[in-house]
Design a protein around this ligand. Structure first.
Ligand code: IPD
Ligand code: CA
Ligand code: CA
Ligand code: CA
Length: 258
């Protein structure tokens, strides 16, 4: 079963995170000095691939560290072996394995597993979202000004018009709490669980949001691009909320006043 493969793969990846966490591991830089990849990212990716390729050798895979394994298949696994690598490398237990499964271009399953907080978020299209097997739901806050938000910052693009710094400044100048956890997948899941009312981020990659956006939608939330249109993880910008503050947040992200 696809769900079982997803859960086994998430566990196998998470076991690698736990094995390396706070221990000795090799850290390398990607583009930019703080864009890191560790030995644990590669080990987790390998463990995840082993499960998926053993059970579904004909499926397509897209994964952060390896890139694409192109197959002629209607199924595509989208994998972030560690989302929150900078946290991981610093011993901060806010990081996870994130895996989404697409069928015919539609996300049908998603799992985000943070072994350090012992939190497994899961969603199946049309069947709701869970945290450790208990149903979760987005918050019911209706006003942006009273909301608790979360965001993240890309390594480039910070100063673009209506870019990350401008939007952030506008919100915090109005006193809106905007947190920065350092893992987009966890940000999304915490919106799904009602801990945050909304999340927005510029410049994400498909593997950052593939599982998390389905988890938000299945928890009753709304996920769109910055225009407020249908969300695709293959475009960079995301707004994910409880639905009730969505239009207000879309407006602010596009330069509107709060
Ligand atoms: C990063 C995290 C972070 C986000 C970055 C991502 P990584 O992913 O999701 O929250 O702000 O844009 O690159 O590199 O830790 O997998
Ligand atoms: Ca990365
Ligand atoms: Ca990521
Ligand atoms: Ca990653």
């Amino acid at each position: 079963m696809l769900k079982q493969t997803l859960l086994k793969a998430s566990e196998a990846g998470a076991a690698e995170l736990s094995r390396f966490f706070n221990g000795e591991f090799k850290i390398s830089n990607k583009e930019g000095i703080n864009n890191l990849v560790t030995e644990a990212d590669h080990a987790a990716e390998k463990a995840i691939f082993e499960v998926i390729q053993r059970e579904h050798p004909d499926h397509y895979i897209l994964s952060e560290e390896t890139g694409e394994i192109v197959m002629d298949s209607s199924y595509k696994w989208i994998i972030d072996p560690i989302d929150g690598t900078v946290n991981f490398a610093n011993g901060i237990p806010i990081c996870c394995v994130s895996i989404g499964l697409e069928h015919d271009g539609q996300m049908i399953l998603g799992a985000v597993y943070n072994p350090f907080l012992n939190e497994l978020f899961f969603a199946q299209k049309g069947f709701g979202a869970t945290l450790n097997d208990k149903k979760i739901q987005v918050s019911d806050e209706t006003e942006l000004i009273k909301s608790c938000l979360v965001t993240g910052f890309p390594y480039t693009y910070l100063d673009a018009p209506n870019g990350p710094l401008q939007v952030f400044e506008k919100l915090i100048r109005k006193g809106v709490p905007v947190r920065r956890l350092g893992s987009a997948a966890i940000d999304l899941c915490w919106v799904a669980a009602g801990r945050f009312d909304g999340f927005y981020e510029h410049k994400l990659q498909a593997w950052d949001s593939a599982a998390g956006f389905l988890i938000v939608e299945e928890a009753g939330g709304k996920v769109t691009d910055f225009k407020g249109d249908h969300y695709s993880p293959y475009q960079p910008h995301i707004i994910a909320t409880n639905g009730k503050i969505h239009d207000e947040l879309v407006k602010v992200v596009n330069g509107g006043e709060l």
